[in-house]
Design a binder for this molecule. Structure first.
Ligand code: ARG
Length: 463
């Protein structure tokens, strides 16, 4: 039972089958720097409470520093019999500073409060990386909007041509959900910013250690309010995974559009060579693999969230070993986004839009029919009748293969006396777009105001 964390009560060591099942070092070893930071803070709290002399503290901190160096250069590795990162580092510390000093660090803490703290520190760091990457994607979308202030396109509902819109308006419509994801991340951290250290196994520490000291040392706003909640709750981990899954969904919806725009039939975009792939057999192919991988990986991010929620749903308080199952989904989600986002941003930033093709299709499919109805309303016709008249015009044009502005004055009059030739004035894409100038609309003036709001919202977020 040499080197085990619970020798005293046991006469036999763990069976090989248990060791194999129980082991988490192959994934939690990446938490070592956080574990060591926690240990340094805990050592200082022990010293402040009189359990470690100044000299012992100095030797302890030096030993922990050496472990961190050895972890970073790869020379420190968990042994096969180590259960988790906490146990492995304690064994290594004992080797580094001797059994008496190395063994004293476990006083007043438990792996339960340790792991609950470390996962928050891990998410704090990676949350920052992901937020920076999301911000870069928002800037790429806004940059494309800025580069195409006048470009128009067909706006769609039900994937059918609905009303013409500005390309910039559509691109910004994909930026806003990402802004909200960043805001969610900020709000999440305001809740997660509490240190479970000092909660012990579940009931708190009896040694008179100051959890506020450790919390401040580790960069938290303060200690957790309840030691049971601190060790047993993983809602904050699940919330982070929700944000990751929502980001995945937001990327997936944009991906679907890029894939559609990139088809031969639509032909709105060309992908940069560096951000698309070819086919091993069909020389003409240029495939939107980044968008497809983003769409695919959104499923995996949703799986990470639902997997954890399912693990949590039946757990009584306080710590249960099931909670170890939070780590792999978290590591997977973080790595997925950190690899995906830079590639995705590169694809968006280098998209080339065929604005002529988009302008050509903008009025197609009778997408100006609402403008006819709105024009009639401005002439005093009730909307219900205006809708009927405009619908009759669409039916007439469909029958005769005409666009809405093409029937003669007599044909207009035959459809309805109130349909005078002046209606042609609103039957342009530019006129239609310019008329939607209310706040949040697609008119160039409204889009410019929206663009300024986006900057303000971004400026209000932490870097
Ligand atoms: N490795 C565990 C986890 O990731 C922490 C250790 C707590 N284990 C225990 N038996 N109390 O959740």
């Amino acid at each position: 039972n040499e080197g085990s964390l619970w020798g005293g009560r046991f006469s036999d060591g763990p069976s090989p089958e248990l060791v194999r099942l129980s082991r988490s070092t192959h994934f939690d070893w990446q938490l070592a720097p956080y574990d060591l930071a926690g240990s340094r803070a805990h050592a200082r709290a022990l010293a402040a409470a009189g359990y470690l002399t100044e000299d012992a503290l100095t030797r302890m901190l030096a030993g922990l520093d050496r472990l961190e160096e050895r972890w970073a250069d790869g020379s420190l590795q968990p042994r096969p019999e180590d259960e988790d990162v906490h146990g492995a580092l304690e064994t290594a510390l004992v080797e580094e500073v001797g059994p008496e000093l190395g063994g004293s660090l476990r006083a007043g803490r438990s792996r339960n409060d340790q792991i609950a703290t470390l996962i928050r520190m891990f998410l704090r760091d990676h949350g920052r990386v992901i937020a920076r990457d999301v911000r870069a994607l928002i800037e790429a979308l806004a940059g494309q909007a800025d580069a195409h202030p006048d470009a128009v396109m067909p706006g769609r509902t039900h994937l059918q041509h609905a009303q013409p819109i500005l390309l910039a308006h559509h691109l910004l419509a994909h930026a806003w959900p990402l802004v909200r994801d960043l805001e969610r991340m900020r709000d999440w951290w305001a809740r997660a910013n509490r240190s479970p250290y000092g909660a012990g196994a579940l009931a708190g520490s009896s040694l008179g250690l100051d959890p506020a000291l450790v919390a401040a040392d580790l960069g938290f706003a303060g200690p957790a309010e309840n030691s049971i909640d601190a060790t047993a709750a993983r809602d904050l981990v699940a919330e982070f995974l929700y944000i990751a899954a929502q980001l995945g969904v937001d990327l997936s919806r944009l991906s679907e559009e890029i894939i559609f725009w990139n088809t031969h039939e639509v032909g709105f975009v060309t992908l940069h060579d560096g951000y698309s792939t070819g086919s091993s057999i069909m020389p003409q192919k240029k495939n939107p693999d980044i968008a497809e991988l983003a769409r695919g990986k959104s499923g995996r991010l949703i799986g990470d969230l639902t997997g954890l929620l399912t693990t949590l749903k039946g757990l009584p308080l306080a710590y249960n070993r099931d909670l170890q199952e939070d780590k792999e989904p978290v590591f997977d989600a973080v790595e997925t986004l950190e690899v995906l986002l830079p590639a995705f941003t590169g694809m968006v930033a280098t998209l080339r839009f065929d604005t002529e093709r988009m302008a050509q299709l903008a009025p197609a499919g009778f997408s100006l029919a609402t403008d006819v109805a709105d024009w009639l309303v401005r002439q005093g016709v009730p909307f219900r009748e205006a809708h009927e008249v405009s619908g009759a015009l669409v039916a007439h044009c469909e029958r005769h293969g005409l666009e809405l502005h093409e029937p003669s004055d007599d044909e207009y009059a035959a459809i309805d006396a109130r349909l005078t030739p002046e209606v042609r004035a609103v039957l342009t894409v530019e006129g239609s777009i310019a008329s939607r100038s209310g706040a949040g609309g697609t008119a160039p003036s409204a889009v410019a105001a929206q663009r300024a709001h986006l900057e303000e919202r971004l400026a209000a977020l932490p870097d």
